[in-house]
Design a protein. Structure first.
Length: 261
């Protein structure tokens, strides 16, 4: 028998707390004189289909048995007065509210589709922001400028960058020779990015680079052309991001117009 998902259970809880929503329709099964609607059954059957279950008599029988069991438990819970407890009612209402909100958001996205032109524009903006070059850099971060100057002097005397990097206060790179991996310059704060892009391969900054984090000594190991995935590959992620921004803007507009006391 197919197992019912947590999402289906949440749908049922919300449905039980919103009888007017699901009251319409034929009766699917009656338990101790209490009807369970066909609409309720349809919710569960649709959920099972979404999880890959076939539209078969076995699945419908499983739904029927599950709804009978749940109705029996619901009847016992009501006898115990749990449906009247404020905290339980509030929890169930929160689930119901989430379901209705999700449905509204999905409907809003459907009625306000985001076209390929907008996504392509977003893709081009990201490409322009990232630039055409990727940098493999290392750095040593210290608190004081004098410390950075001493490190630079030691480099000039032949000290190994890997060894000096152990002095760094950056816990993410100090034990790997200051290695920051491959990255676009845009991923760094501006003072760091400006200094990095001015370096030649194998060269380090000969003056300390100050940022909000402290003072850096930066070494550029090598560069390579930045390979951005094609638009079609990134399109689903871009669409998700654009829809999220769209919904956030809609909510912000509603909040701005709302009368809250």
């Amino acid at each position: 028998m197919q197992k019912f998902t947590k999402h289906a259970a949440a749908l049922l809880v919300g449905a039980m707390m919103s009888a007017p929503l699901l009251a319409a329709g034929n009766t699917f099964v009656t338990v101790n004189g209490s009807p369970v609607s066909q609409t309720m059954a349809n919710v569960f059957i649709a959920e099972q289909k979404a999880q890959g279950a076939p539209d078969s008599p076995e699945v419908k029988d499983a739904v029927r048995e599950e709804l009978i069991r749940r109705e029996l438990l619901m009847q016992e819970a009501k006898k115990a007065g749990l449906d009247k407890k404020a905290d339980i009612v509030a929890q169930a209402e929160a689930v119901r509210q989430s379901i209705i909100i999700r449905a509204y958001v999905q409907e809003y996205a459907r009625k306000n589709p985001i076209g390929d032109a907008q996504l392509k524009s977003q893709y081009d903006a990201i490409k322009a922001q990232l630039g055409s070059t990727e940098y493999k850099a290392r750095h040593i971060l210290v608190k004081e400028e004098a410390e950075a100057k001493t490190i630079i002097d030691n480099l000039k005397k032949g000290a190994k960058f890997d060894e000096l990097a152990k002095q760094s206060i950056d816990p993410g790179s100090k034990d790997s020779g200051g290695d920051l991996g491959w990255s676009s310059a845009n991923n760094f704060v501006k003072p760091f990015a400006d200094a990095l892009t001015s370096l030649s391969n194998g060269k380090y900054t000969e003056t300390p680079v100050k940022s909000e984090f402290g003072f850096h000594v930066i070494l550029l190991d090598e560069t390579r052309p930045l390979a951005v995935p094609p638009f079609d590959e990134l399109k689903p992620r871009l669409l998700q991001q654009a829809q999220s921004q769209q919904i956030s803007k809609m909510v912000e507009d509603l909040r701005a117009k709302a009368k809250v006391q």
